[in-house]
Ligand binder design. Structure first.
Ligand SMILES: Cc1ncc(COP(=O)(O)O)c(C=O)c1O
Length: 362
């Protein structure tokens, strides 16, 4: 296939074309370097500048205060599911409070249980993960070091409209919504996100951690598992994911050119509304998984009346360059991931296809 499609994959996911082109231009010879980013030492001056610039971009975009460390780690978000309780619960003999709103926060709570005491303070499983809790439903525990939540459940397609208000520091899995809207960093002890949805390629995970959490973490753990040691060595305890960090630099530069995160939020909400309006106007032909006020503006998860129609929809969509629309294997149906880099034209093309498909098949 020679032509680019509209790629609705949940991750690894679409990247801005200008970012891919820039990476392509610079791949053979990084300006001022005489070699590729893939070939230079992580200890080189050039890579040092890339790391520093990526950190500065992240700090600027997310308005990260000076008392937070920004780290670029490996092992994906699931590794963070284990490292957080390993460092924070096990080392302090406290507990972790978990808000379970879908597949990813459920997995995080179950990984945390391998490391220490976990209190699931809210669980939406019996309601089939269709909503997020209100603040009134959240009672944090006396022994909690933190309250963990997942900002956007990628599989179920439900999102916290704003961060929960609780009396202990928040830990947030922002994997599928990082850089899609502004955040109030002061409310977080830790915010982390794997890059492969909204921030770059697979292989690098952004971890933003307040200094007191860094200090709380276990210095006596094996070095690569210790946030304290990782932070003290500025993500360079071993060879960091250099290409992923370079790509995140390009993505964050692109985000700054777009006008920053408030502009991205407006664009994202508007794109998602195009799809939800078509769904709501379909007389029940398309059904969204989550309750209306928690619908995700990153992952639009929906179903058709039968599995046969689901298959037909995905098959026929391909002719319109609409790709990777299958829902997660655990839930089926359709999922349109419309991250920052999905252009509005792609969403309009999908919306038009959906309207037409419903007319012909309802
Ligand atoms: C919200 C969320 N958390 C965690 C993960 C797992 O990320 P990784 O595959 O990088 O471990 C994913 C991704 O697929 C996700 O969407």
């Amino acid at each position: 296939m020679e032509e680019r499609v509209y790629n609705f994959s949940a991750g690894p996911a679409v990247l801005p074309v200008s970012v891919l082109k820039k990476a392509q231009e610079e791949l053979l010879c990084l300006p001022g370097c005489g070699a590729s980013i893939l070939e230079i030492s992580h200890r080189s001056k050039q890579f040092g500048e890339i790391l520093a610039q990526t950190k500065a971009n992240v700090r600027e975009l997310l308005n990260v205060p000076e008392n937070y460390k920004i780290m670029f780690l490996q092992g994906g978000s699931i590794t963070q599911f284990a490292l957080l309780p390993m460092n924070i619960i096990r080392n302090t003999n406290k507990a972790g409070d978990y808000i379970v709103t879908g597949t990813w926060s459920k997995k995080a709570a179950s990984e945390a249980k391998t490391q220490g005491k976990v209190n699931v303070i809210w669980n939406g499983q019996d309601e089939k993960f269709v909503r997020k809790p209100s603040d009134a439903e959240l009672q944090t525990s006396a022994d909690a070091a933190y309250c963990y939540y997942c900002a956007n459940e990628t599989i179920e397609g439900i999102q916290f409209p704003t961060e929960p208000n609780v009396s202990v520091p928040l830990i947030c899995d922002a994997s599928s919504e990082i850089f899609s809207r502004p955040v109030q960093m002061e409310k977080y002890g830790v915010l982390f996100a794997c890059a492969q949805k909204n921030a770059g390629p697979a292989g690098v995970t952004l971890v933003i951690m307040r200094d007191d959490f860094v200090e709380m973490s276990g210095a006596d753990l094996p070095s690569m598992f210790s946030y304290k040691q990782l932070a003290d060595k500025d993500s360079m305890l071993n060879t960091p994911p250099t290409f992923g960090i370079y790509m995140m630099k390009l993505v964050t530069e692109w985000l700054k050119e777009q006008g920053g995160l408030e502009v991205m939020r407006q664009k994202n909400v508007e794109k998602a509304q195009l799809l939800y309006d078509a769904i709501d106007a379909s007389n029940g032909f398309y059904r969204v998984h989550g309750n209306k006020e928690f619908r995700s503006f990153m992952n639009v998860s929906f179903r058709l009346p039968t599995e046969e129609l689901d298959k037909k929809f995905q098959e026929e969509a391909k002719a319109f360059k609409l790709a990777s629309l299958g829902g997660h294997r655990s839930v089926g149906g359709e999922r349109a991931s419309i991250y920052n880099a999905m252009p509005r034209e792609g969403v309009v093309a999908l919306r038009d296809f959906m309207v037409d498909f419903a007319k012909k098949n309802a």
